[in-house]
Design a protein around this ligand. Structure first.
Ligand code: S3P
Length: 175
């Protein structure tokens, strides 16, 4: 029986806020990938992208997933790009049910523009276009990785948490 939950999904779909609330509700420990990567690298995510490039960031990400995927009874909020390397999903699936959070491009733009400079992939002249193109490219990766999916566009955090719990029960009943 899997005891952990990994939240995947595009930037701005609510992984961090929902993850914290879900962990609290279920009495599980909360882990978030990006701060773990920043600790490993000794610098912020934008600094890693700027000084070392995305490939190096992805290598840190693979290392962080390797460690955190061993945790039992955890809620893990992943970065939006973990699905790009299949090894990450294979490792997460050993202990965790994979829940994908989705949201419309408009909602993603609104949510991510609040802290735009924290996300190097969207800190550009036309973030709306970047969101559209990245979503088009990544959608099949999210769909393939997910055990179950919750659309967060119109839901507050508590409602997303309730839906996740219901969908995991449904998923466990099926598996
Ligand atoms: C990324 C998402 C970010 C962060 C990095 C790259 C991505 O995490 O890991 O900026 O490739 O989608 P959030 O999804 O938590 O914003």
């Amino acid at each position: 029986m899997k005891t952990s939950i990994a939240l995947i999904g595009f930037m701005g779909t609510g992984k961090t806020g929902v993850g914290k609330a879900l962990a609290e509700k279920l009495g599980k420990e909360f882990f978030e990938l990006d701060p773990l990567i920043e600790k490993k690298a000794g610098k912020t995510i934008p600094a890693i992208f700027k000084e070392d490039g995305e490939i190096t960031f992805r290598e840190f990400e693979i290392e962080a997933i390797k460690e955190v995927s061993k945790e039992r009874n955890a809620v893990i909020a992943c970065g939006g790009g973990v699905v790009l390397n299949k090894i990450n999903i294979d490792r997460l699936k050993e202990e965790a049910v994979i829940v994908c959070l989705t949201a419309s491009p408009q909602v993603i733009l609104r949510r991510t523009s609040r802290d735009a400079e924290e996300r190097p992939l969207l800190a550009i002249a036309n973030p709306a276009l970047a969101i559209k193109e990245l979503l088009r490219f990544r959608r099949p990766f999210y769909e393939r990785a997910a055990d179950t999916t919750v659309n967060t566009s119109r839901l507050d955090i508590d409602s997303v948490v309730t839906q996740i719990i219901a969908k995991i029960k449904e998923y466990e009943g099926l598996s």
